[in-house]
Design a protein around this ligand. Structure first.
Ligand SMILES: [Zn+2]
Ligand SMILES: [Zn+2]
Length: 274
């Protein structure tokens, strides 16, 4: 990729293997019109790993792949599937391990107690960090609590991440506090990335954090096909709409759109070894 390209814009977290996309060439064209240069697509369960790798192989200039088991899929993933994922990770070029993490928002699935479900998630997250350490990759991290003000999930993920000082985490779709962001930066050498949530009404708290964060710690993402930003809230999201996230971030920080593009794409290059 041309590092010096002006207004380079990178969507650092999306799910392009989603069956909600019928035609990736069309998604690419629509995204490039909006200024998108590259995206990092996250495989999250045994059913989309191969498709995620295939997309990166077909469009290497546009898509880089990450593989992991999403915490919501950890009870559906058996040891054979986990071993298969490790083999895929060792055999293919990846931008990072992801998305992995902890999700305490949803209740435990049938047959699991809440404690057992969370313990399973923590076990899987540790395994992902071990794999990232082995492959010298960073990790795209998902954390979500029961309520917006809860912090059990963050604290548990933070404690695991601390055990792996050579692996840098990006807390994707960050909606945490400034204090949490400070700990991510100072104790984990980590990053945060912002989604279309910062374009929504009533997200002033995270907007204030986004305005404050040191420039070298921030990235932007869509989490497509989810979380379409304003003015397309509620619609099928595409990576190109990271433009609206970047525009909002520029406004919040009082800098130009071009400056936010340079800052966030430079950070993405470094973090994902693009
Ligand atoms: Zn996520
Ligand atoms: Zn995601």
């Amino acid at each position: 990729m041309a590092n010096e390209q002006r207004n380079e814009l990178i969507d650092t977290h999306c799910h392009l293997a989603s069956d909600r996309y019928a035609d990736m060439t069309e998604v690419r064209e629509q995204s490039e019109v909006l200024g998108l240069s590259h995206c990092i697509s996250q495989g999250t369960h045994p059913g989309d790993w191969d498709a995620t790798l295939a997309l990166a192989r077909e469009m290497p200039d546009f898509i880089s792949a990450c593989l992991a088991v999403h915490p919501s899929d950890c009870t559906e993933t058996d040891e054979a599937q986990w071993e298969r994922m490790k083999s895929l990770c060792r055999a293919h070029p990846l931008a990072a391990i992801g998305e992995a993490g902890l999700d305490y928002y949803w209740d435990a699935p049938a047959g699991w107690t809440e404690d057992a479900y969370r313990a399973r998630q923590r076990d899987f997250l540790e395994r992902h960090f071990e794999l990232a350490r082995e492959l010298q990759l960073n990790i795209s991290l998902h954390t979500r609590d029961k309520s917006g003000s809860g912090s059990a999930c963050f604290e548990d993920a933070f404690a695991i991440a601390r055990q792996f000082p050579t692996v840098r985490p990006v807390f994707h779709c960050f909606i945490g506090s400034r204090q949490q962001a400070e700990r991510i930066f100072s104790e984990l050498n980590g990053m945060v990335s912002f989604t279309g949530l910062i374009t929504f009404k009533k997200t002033e708290d995270v907007q204030a954090v986004a305005a404050w964060c040191p420039a070298e710690r921030i990235m932007v993402e869509t989490d497509s096909p989810y979380l379409s930003p304003e003015p397309h809230r509620g619609k099928l999201n595409i990576p190109g709409r990271v433009r609206y996230v970047a525009e909002k971030l520029a406004a919040l920080r009082g800098v130009s759109f071009e400056q936010i593009c340079r800052t966030t794409s430079c950070n993405a290059h470094r973090f994902f070894h693009l």
